[in-house]
Design a protein around this ligand. Sequence first.
Ligand SMILES: Cc1ncc(C[n+]2csc(CCOP(=O)(O)OP(=O)(O)O)c2C)c(N)n1
Length: 629
Amino acid sequence: MSGLLKTIASPLDLRKLSRQDLPAVAKELREFVLQTVSQTGGHLGSNLGTVELTVALHYVFNTPYDRIVWDVGHQTYPHKILTGRRERMHTLRQLGGIGGFPRRDESEYDTFGTAHSSTSISAALGMALAAKLKGEDRHAVAVIGDGAMTAGMAFEALNNAGVSHAGVNADLLVVLNDNDMSISPPVGALNKYLARLMSGNFYEAARQGAKAVLKNAPPLFELARRFEEHAKGMVVPGTIFEEFGFNYVGPIDGHDLDALIPTLENMRAKKGPQFLHVVTKKGYGYQLAEADPVKYHAASGKFNPAEGFPKATGPTKTTFTQVFGQWLCDMAEADERLVGITPAMREGSGMVEFHKRFPKRYHDVGIAEQHAVTFAAGMACEGLKPVVAIYSTFLQRGYDQMVHDVALQNLPVVFALDRGGLVGADGATHAGAYDIAFVRCVPNMSMLTPSDENECRQALTTAFQQNHPVAVRYPRGAGVGASLDKALTAWPWGKGVVRRQGGRIAILAFGTLLHPALAAAERLGATVADMRFAKPLDAELALSLARSHDAVVTVEEGCIMGGAGSAVLECLAAAGVTTPVLQLGLPDAFIEHGDPAKLLSLCGLDAEGIERSIVQRFGSRPTLAAANG
Ligand SMILES: Cc1ncc(C[n+]2csc(CCOP(=O)(O)OP(=O)(O)O)c2C)c(N)n1
């Protein structure tokens, strides 16, 4: 690292530099982001695209006294580097290292924890009004992408921010970082609207105008004001954001510090809700990422910046996501009522091929989980068979819609819940820890927990054949590598299977932890059942195993509280069966980012951990082994 960046221990140092130095800072910062991500993996394109914006915001605003809230927070690497974490960036997303998203416990500059999108305007509005109530003159800034802006929550916040609150107007600045991309190309009417704002000569004229105006620097403030008025005047008759009650400025070039800084200075001086529309390019400054922003949204591991992301070498294991994608195409072929719905996660949910082959039956609804679920409900009312592909963690957003719109009306919607369980480097915000608990308590809902790739395909087929709502949850990444039956075979409804017959202990496994459970059982001489259904629970199997063994152990990669193990306890209690039960699963704690295998081991959910817990609870291993004969 050369020159300036290493002199910046905090934004205070940045603010000591002259304006002329800032392009050099931005250049070094961009290089540092690229080098870091090439070693650690993580989000790339969005970070490269927000370098200048980050420099400008920390230069103009008095952070951390002034609050910057980053939406999603996947674009905060430049922010982390400028706010005292440069030397720890090599630990990014690793166990004990710094997180890939803002965290209040990591830095006072991380004003609000994010990772699920579209929360920034609400949070920043709360901060802005709190400042007013407390008589503080701090500013609150929300930085939100055009993708995140498609969510209902962002509009709920805009709707609330633009009005006075008992006579008080929030001094809130919303910066829309418009790069014309979500993870995949953006969808919806808002996107078309933003494109219209930028179309024609308007944006180019504003850009050139800014440059011309700002050439003869002082007094900058006045010139910036003129630029702003110039820009504003060109948007006739007022933007949708003005209709919401904001003072709209833009669009301006988000890579041009000479446009960004005076405009931000100017807007900082204004009272009431302000809206700045900034245009950036995802992956800016790194040719490969600019050319293929979908691919370069995030790196899964190390790469050589000169060569780009490595090509897969040799056969890689099929992931559960790929199993789902293949199943979706096969089932769509077999049943024309199938429609596939994704809230902006085409790639992550394995739907690229389905989109290609069945474009009319593919629906990317934007980052709008609530809408995705109710939209599916509407289609189900009309006799279609919707499959909502949604990460377990993001279904949390669509919970009421699942309860009120789908389950209450008993509509046949399939929820394909990817990333069930721990997710590794993305950490607690993305963990699919609660789905078994929050789905199974809802009447009419069922919850299937396949244990391997082929079971995943079978579970999806089983779910699709029902005439009521069913969730199928499967984890991130690959499983044990089970080979896939070509046929679309369904399971007998509500039935588990005994996978190993043993003695005293019966392990009831839900999902992919069946395999470490089998390994532990091998050493303990225990019985193991693949329960397959967290709901409806195979009560007959659970009760017969409880009655024929001295102890029952439940295993799941989900929260213990209310999870599948709880279902077993409820079943035993209802039948008056008093066999002791040990519940293994995720503890009542948020599990941080890190290597997935390490995290599972820390939670005691690898084979050794399962064995250890059983021995601790029910006696030493030799005794058990001897008893099992
Ligand atoms: C509620 C929710 N749904 C989905 C996601 C997954 N996700 C992360 S970033 C992203 C795209 C965000 O696009 P945009 O806001 O335009 O930011 P950009 O990456 O383009 O800078 C999505 C869909 C999420 N973080 N939160």
